[in-house]
Design a protein around this ligand. Structure first.
Ligand code: ADP
Ligand code: ZN
Length: 545
């Protein structure tokens, strides 16, 4: 930063925002924008993106226009800015027409430094005419990934922001996002015509977070043990997918002497606010919530974020886990998941994207696969996450972070190709009509009425899987689902809710062309006396044409 710029920027940083230092690339970005440059800023949530446009807006002539998709967030930002003495306002559909008009008048009179607007308003003829008449210091496009159909939060209004470079080419455009894979990034550059602009990418690494992802056996009990053993009396967030599960889990934790609060969008607003306040202001509360909780939450000493269900994407996972350990002290990101999650998320994609383009569906499926790959990997979780965000390793020795379950693992990785082949054979030989539990009963040789009724005690895969416990087999099946060797089809003759079916890729695995490795501990193996067929190492091959 040039000396001439450093002085006023530093003064404002201290006097208005109360910080003594710029963080990461803030100084560089601010200098670039103050000098009239366009840019794309990729910075993780909590990295300090807002300052990158707020400070330049104060230093440049005219009003800074911030495009933001979330009404609650823009109101909150404006309130904080006003408290700091910044002349800020917002324009969105929550304002009555008179109030909106008053804001517009003041804009004309040059009485604002920053105005936050919803994208749909920016595109109206009326607002457009207003913008033509005033001095604009910059356009900040927050949550810029919303321009992309490939992104996880596509908003059609954002796609029309291409009017900005066309109509106001000279006004600096600063696009900001916390998550953008290569394809989304390309869409942002195209839509906002930022090809010539600089891109600032901050590290997405959160070294103080320890990532752990495990198979769900009894989710609640696993959670309780985790909190009791690792976080007694500490603040944490537990994410669940449904409102009902949020309430049940919070109640259950309370009966187990873990002080817990519930939070979801279906609750009355005053209750929600009360719970949020308690969590933020007091110590030691566990907040059990849906993904509705967390936007704009900036509590430094959240010691853990737990997921009882898989979130919908790596972006959500990263954002939600990112709420832990903001103070830089050690914190845990803990998650359990099972085949049910995979089935739920796949069917959500099917139903949510039925009406939409193939691209949207393809994008959603790709994102889910990436999330499952993160769960199923036997490699470093942190490296997998950073790979997803396109962040290259800092040095050649970056494959192990030393602070995730994979890097800390004491459980060795095992080749389970034969077990995987047995599982696939079993699904195939029973007509691909059955779900995981039934197939496990066959593999482990259980003489249930149902198995006898179907005559499945007489097929060649009956009882050939005695080397693994039922839980061990669950892991194998989950892995096969996650890696796409099996898919969960609809009900068929078996009358099951889900019927596991083989995909074309399964053939390569059955032929032994692909090997499968998993982390299995001793408890996933059956005790020796149960291993009725110790010599049965040869897989039961099945021929699929
Ligand atoms: P983002 O939009 O990237 O999620 P914010 O702009 O909301 O992040 O900033 C996250 C937190 O970091 C806020 O509490 C903010 O006040 C704080 N912050 C930002 N810049 C600095 C800085 N230079 N020094 C100290 N704290 C900062
Ligand atoms: Zn690691």
């Amino acid at each position: 930063m040039t000396a001439h710029l450093t002085a006023p920027a530093r003064t404002l940083l201290k006097e208005i925002f109360g910080y003594s230092e710029f963080r990461g690339q803030q100084a560089e970005i601010i200098t670039h924008v103050v000098n009239g440059g366009h840019c794309l800023v990729l910075m993780p949530t909590g990295g300090g993106k807002s300052l990158c446009y707020q400070l330049p807006a104060l230093l440049r002539n005219g009003v800074g226009i911030v495009i933001s998709p979330l009404i609650a967030l823009m109101e909150n930002q404006v309130a904080v800015l006003r408290e700091r003495g910044v002349r800020a306002a917002y324009l969105n559909s929550a304002l009555v027409p008179e109030a909106a008009e008053a804001v517009e008048q003041k804009m004309l009179a040059g009485e604002y430094d920053l105005v936050y607007v919803a994208p749909e308003r920016l595109l109206t003829a009326r607002f457009h005419a207003l913008l033509q008449r005033i001095a604009i210091s910059l356009f900040a496009i927050d949550e810029a990934h919303c321009v992309s159909q490939w992104g996880h939060d596509f908003r059609p209004e954002y796609g029309r922001l291409s009017v900005l470079p066309q109509q106001f080419p000279q006004v600096p455009r600063i696009a900001l996002t916390a998550s953008a894979d290569a394809r989304t990034r390309a869409d942002i550059l195209r839509c906002l015509d930022l090809h010539q602009a600089r891109t600032f990418i901050s590290s997405f690494d959160r070294p103080n977070l320890c990532y752990r992802i495990t198979a769900r056996s009894n989710g609640r009990m696993q959670l309780l043990n985790f909190i009791r053993n690792q976080h007694p009396g500490e603040a944490g967030i537990v994410y669940c997918q449904s409102r009902r599960k949020v309430e049940e889990t919070a109640a259950w934790l309370n009966t187990n002497q873990i002080p817990a609060l519930a939070y979801h969008a279906g609750m009355e607003a005053p209750v929600r606010t009360r719970h949020q306040k308690k969590f933020l202001q007091q110590t030691g509360w566990v907040m059990v919530a849906t993904s509705a909780f967390g936007l704009g939450i900036d509590k430094p000493d959240v010691r853990f974020v737990a997921h009882l269900d898989l979130p919908k994407s790596i972006e959500s996972y990263y954002q939600e886990t990112g709420r832990a350990g903001r103070d830089g002290l050690p914190a845990n990101a803990w998650m359990v998941y099972g085949p049910g999650d995979i089935i739920r998320l796949r069917s959500q994609i099917e139903s949510a994207t039925e009406q939409r383009s193939i691209l949207v569906r393809q994008a959603a499926t790709t994102r889910l696969d990436a999330l499952l790959a993160l769960c199923e990997t036997t490699m470093c979780r942190r490296r997998s996450l950073l790979d997803y965000f396109g962040e290259p390793p800092a040095s050649s020795d970056e494959s192990a972070c030393g602070n995730c379950d994979a890097c800390l693992a004491t459980v060795p990785v095992q080749d389970v190709t034969i077990a995987a082949q047995k599982a696939l054979s079993c699904a195939y030989r029973t007509g691909q009509c059955f779900g995981t539990e039934y197939l496990i009963d066959i593999l482990t040789g259980k003489q249930t009425d149902r198995i006898r009724q179907w005559g499945h005690d007489r097929i060649s895969t009956f009882g050939i899987g005695c080397e693994l416990s039922s839980e061990g087999w669950r892991i194998v099946f989950r892995h096969l689902l996650a890696l796409g060797y099996l898919i969960a089809g609809e009900d068929r003759a078996g009358g099951e809710r889900i019927a596991l079916q083989l995909t074309p890729a399964a053939r390569n695995l059955l032929r032994g062309e692909i090997r499968v490795k998993l982390r299995l501990s001793s408890r996933h193996h059956a005790p020796p006396h149960r291993q009725a067929h110790p010599d049965l190492s040869a897989p039961d091959r099945c021929e699929i044409r």
